[in-house]
Design a protein around this ligand. Sequence first.
Ligand code: XMP
Length: 331
Amino acid sequence: MSEKTFRNFEREKGAQTPEIFVETTVAALKEQLGNDKVVLGLSGGVDSTVTAMLLHQAIGSNLHCIFVDHGLLRKNEFEQVLDSYRHIGLNVHGVRAGEEFLKELSGISDPEQKRKIIGRMFIEIFDQEAQRITEVKWLAQGTIYPDVIESISDKGPSVAVKSHHNVGGLPERMNLKVVEPLRMLYKDEVRLVGKALGMPPAFLERHPFPGPGLGIRVLGEITPEKVAILQEADAIFINELKQAGLYDKVWQAAAILLPVKSVGVVDDERTYEYSVVLRAVNSVDAMTAEWVRLPYEFLDKVSNEIINKVKGVNRVAYDISSKPPATIEWE
Ligand code: XMP
């Protein structure tokens, strides 16, 4: 496999197309892996899915994918994504572990501790599931170039700011060799490769979603009730973005549930409920990001929908902070 990104390759040798990347990478994977079994964690995101599709072309049913529901996915995401994976033809084991994750997280409000617990639980459950598959030799990962850069940077910036649960830990624990076919590509190049592989547009255009999921968007202590409230509010925001034709114009959007309650009034009755913050940013590589100037009319509609339909929420705010100094996620 070429150790060069499209961009480097283009600069040095003329055009490299996604189709050529697919062809050479699949051939290299075939040679590297032979008849070995490979296990891969799917997250519903573009990187892990493109990794799976490349490996599927190279080694077919010797690729075993594991998709863990940590109970912190978007509303109905587990079922929908699992369906799409099966539709693509992937050999995927779905594991529902929401209750176990939420139990471990109960009473914990420190963001780093939450991330670490989710990371540890993920590794444990993934490992348990992988143990059921006999004679696995390789662990495939959807690592892309910015992940590589971040993890080798001597300043260690983002790893120190927030520990990313989905980089590292697993290979050592599982004693497997690592295969990372996308490690020299940028995000936009991964999307081009996905397109060349015939990946459905709904997958390709999906906003980035963090490994710890809604666990870092329910601020402070996570409870099943808070997760359910956030899932509803988030689903309304994302659906409205899609309906207004704004989803594809925004790099990433999210709803965040604040851990404070405030006073409101409905039908002359005083309410005391949670607040939801909406966040929409544009970015190229997630290292910097600018808040999106969503139209007031749109924000007004989403706010009304959320307050009217989501029980437990009486206030909606819009985050107008850019990165830096604010990060994209709130925890
Ligand atoms: P921040 O909040 O650091 O986020 O500005 C930058 C980008 O990274 C995503 N993010 C994560 N992705 N595991 C992931 O896979 C994580 O632990 C994680 N934390 C943040 C975030 O959604 C944004 O796209």
